[in-house]
Design a protein around this ligand. Structure first.
Ligand code: ASP
Length: 320
């Protein structure tokens, strides 16, 4: 038995590649790294890796996290510039004795010394998105503030040996402040894995996801006996309720999880949240989920929806 679940439709190609590896008894760490690198390398996904949308100073700043559910080792990088595959750096850091989480210049120095590929991560297309947004803000006299267009790729999975991993990669919020760090490289919030129980990962508004340490919370709930689906729903619904009660608003909260038996779950407080599942008994499949009366209902994405998704991502973009 093996399985993987990942946030957003953009994970489909990566999960498909990784599932071949898992099918041949490959290691989950390698499979997840390979899958996330595929998302990082694809220029048309504008919230992860190459082509990711920049911060307010027009720099692409990347965060990534990785957790090995066998050893509970974690590694993460935050606020790094110009490295092709932040998830690989995070994975490498998870194997170090100390200094597992590195930020900014220190993380870049480490990555350089370890020979990770340097790459200018700001594409012409991302520059156009940035300039168009600046213009829009000037016209509407809006102050500079983080903007939608963020989606973290997060993946969890289990291999035929029963090892589990959770990992993330993101360019964070579009138009964020330089140095802003979201939940994605924060263990327990953006990702968590324990091979004896299960693993989870999150996407949405990092500032709010962190308030509930939501990935750890889901793994904890699975450990009390909840199914991955019930654990995801409980964690999202509870955090949203607390945020509404205490602050009057709640940001986007979406999560996916898998347990040590390979059962999976997903919950969200937004409309049409998409995710990808592949297991030893299920070919890679994209689902869309919506919350109805506190429970998330998953539906397979149609061929037409998937075609439209790709066309929109790759449509020509002009400066306004
Ligand atoms: N959670 C990410 C962050 O706050 C963004 C996202 O997943 O949409 O940086």
């Amino acid at each position: 038995m093996w399985g993987m679940i990942a946030t957003w439709t953009m994970a489909l190609e990566g999960v498909t590649l990784a599932s071949q590896l898992l099918q041949e008894n490959g290691e989950i760490g390698q499979a997840v790294e390979k899958a996330i690198c595929a998302v990082e390398d694809f220029p048309f996904y504008k919230s992860v890796g190459y082509g990711g949308l920049p911060n307010e100073e027009m720099q692409v700043e990347l965060d990534a996290g990785y957790m090995d559910g066998d050893t509970l080792d974690i590694g993460a990088v935050a606020g790094i510039h110009d490295f092709a595959n932040p998830v690989s750096i995070a994975k490498k850091l998870s194997g170090e004795m100390l200094n597992n989480i590195l930020v900014g210049a220190g993380a870049e120095k480490y990555a350089h010394k370890q020979g990770f590929e340097r790459k200018n991560m700001l594409t012409d297309r991302a520059k156009i998105h940035y300039k168009n947004r600046l213009k829009e803000m000037e016209e509407e006299q809006l102050e500079m503030k983080p903007y939608r267009g963020h989606d973290t790729v997060g993946m969890v999975g289990i291999d035929t040996q029963g090892s589990m991993v959770s990992a993330t990669s993101t360019s964070g919020l579009f138009m964020k402040k330089a140095g802003r760090v979201g939940d994605s490289p924060i263990a327990g919030s953006g990702f968590y894995a324990d091979s004896e129980v299960g693993a989870a990962t999150a996407t949405g508004l990092g500032e709010d996801l962190m308030k509930g340490c939501i990935s750890y919370e889901i793994v904890h709930l699975m450990n009390t006996g909840l199914s991955p689906q019930a654990a995801c729903e409980t964690a999202v619904n509870h955090l949203e309720k607390q945020l509404l009660k205490r602050k009057g608003s709640a940001g986007d909260l979406s999560v996916v999880a898998m347990n040590a038996q390979g059962e999976w779950g997903c919950a969200t407080n937004i409309e049409n949240f998409s995710f990808v599942v592949a297991t030893s008994t299920q070919a890679p499949t994209v689902y869309l989920t919506n919350r109805v009366d506190g429970h998330c209902v998953h539906e397979k994405a149609s061929e037409e929806w998937l075609k439209n998704y790709m066309t929109t991502r790759m449509a020509p973009l002009e400066e306004k």
